[in-house]
Write a protein that binds this ligand. Sequence first.
Ligand SMILES: C[S@@+](CC[C@H](N)C(=O)[O-])C[C@H]1O[C@@H](n2cnc3c(N)ncnc32)[C@H](O)[C@@H]1O
Length: 324
Amino acid sequence: MKIGALARGLATYVPGMARLHGHVTHTGGSDSARYCYSVWLRHLVMSNQNGLCARVPDRVAELGPGDSIGIGLAALLCGADRYYGLDALPLANLRRNLVVFDELVDLFRARAAIPGETEFPGIKPKLQSYDYPEALLKNPDRKRIERIRSSIEDSTNPESMVRYVAPWWNPAVIEAGGVNMIFSQAVLEHVDDLKTAYSSMRAWLAPGGWLSHQIDFRSHGTAHEWNGHWTYGDRLWRLLRGRRAFLINREPHSTHVRLLREAGFTLVCDETVRDYAVARHKLARRFASLSDCDLSISGAFIQARLDATSRHESSGAVPRLDSR
Ligand SMILES: C[S@@+](CC[C@H](N)C(=O)[O-])C[C@H]1O[C@@H](n2cnc3c(N)ncnc32)[C@H](O)[C@@H]1O
């Protein structure tokens, strides 16, 4: 087991140390405009390739934007009208959003190719072509750029194209049927209450809407091996997590497929990354019945659309997500 990871979890119980170890200040790559540009265009290109859209959707929502809302700003720059960024913690800030935004504007103006595997070997999904997807999007004109900039600067204005909510535990932050696409990058493995998250996403989507999620099933530094988190019993895991707002939920690929089907979605893309499996005798009891397939999937890119027969409940009630 990884002693450092356990020490970090335990430190969150110690007054004074808790601030240092329980405090998330930097989460991923979204403080880089090139990362945001690459991630957004991958979700968009894959949505088009899988027959989910012929152009940029009007209203998009993102779970867990992280250090900036840049992935959503890329969506606005290429044609979306409204972006909702819902995070567990308020990690993005105005200064960083504006820096990323200016760099994104330059990338779109230059019709830059999508940064690919040489620059970002870790970003999934991979694409067949990293050419600028000209046919799919509108290049931003000056008026749109100014409108987005003022939306970032004053996101409380009802006219703002940006809505950032962190923490977002009340699912009514997005009205029922209010968005066309919901996406996330390296987030769903952190969400504690996945069942409610999937049913909320289902409620937020308008008819014809879809999900696009990249999920990372690896141990996130909690173990030496990519899959070592499945060998820890629940008591040890509670100590490892400590009082952190989130860590990883340890749910395998099949949980996501089951939950999205139960919520009324049809899977249209399931691109998995495979790795070596942990020896069965090492698995914690709770994971002993994981399938061979689950044990080998270290990442997945899933896209799913609302079943044609799926309808919104007339009450518009959106289930409440548990914050822990
Ligand atoms: C690894 S970071 C990824 C950030 C960003 N998507 C990127 O690609 O750089 C995980 C993000 O998920 C967020 N997160 C954790 N639990 C969440 C939840 N229940 N709902 C929404 N976001 C959550 C974290 O606050 C963090 O921003």
